[in-house]
Design a protein around this ligand. Structure first.
Ligand code: SF4
Ligand code: SF4
Length: 136
């Protein structure tokens, strides 16, 4: 048995589709949803651990790719260099689970690790490169 941890990004038109059911039924996979942010008619994100045979995992990933679900490897950790961060707020807009926010009193960026899906989008959004992602 193999395991793979991935981050799925669903376009709005796929959010209500039985994609996880298909992974179980057609590819004999056991999906373990670690975190999810799914809202009807909006882009959805899901952090998933897939367990199953190697071939089943590869075919399941190909199925996801074919139906236009974006699949990225799961980051292990997100590191934010608070000394270098200027609290410009550019990363907040891309963080749909609202793990990044601005403290309205201090006007400093705040990072709520418990809300973070480890999707890595903030890394690309930061113009100063002060957010780093570690992969497993
Ligand atoms: S990786 Fe960044 S953008 Fe993604 S949820 Fe965590 S803080 Fe937000
Ligand atoms: S984009 Fe970078 S510099 Fe700006 S608030 Fe986010 S982490 Fe800080």
């Amino acid at each position: 048995m193999a395991k793979k941890r991935i981050v799925l990004t669903f376009p709005p038109e796929l959010v209500d589709q039985p994609i996880i059911y298909r992974l179980v039924k057609d590819y004999d996979l056991v999906p373990n949803i670690l975190r999810a942010q799914v809202t009807p008619k909006e882009e959805g994100k899901m952090v998933l651990e897939l367990e199953g045979g190697k071939e089943g995992i590869n075919k399941g990933l190909k199925y996801l790719e074919d139906i236009k679900v974006d699949v990225q490897p799961l980051a292990k950790d997100i590191k934010l260099d608070e000394q270098e961060c200027t609290s410009c707020g550019a990363c907040i807009a891309v963080c749909s689970p609202k793990a990044l926010s601005m403290n309205k009193e201090s006007w400093k960026l705040e990072f709520d690790r418990n809300r973070c899906l480890l999707c890595g989008l903030c890394v690309l959004a930061c113009p100063l490169g002060v957010i780093q992602v570690e992969f497993e």
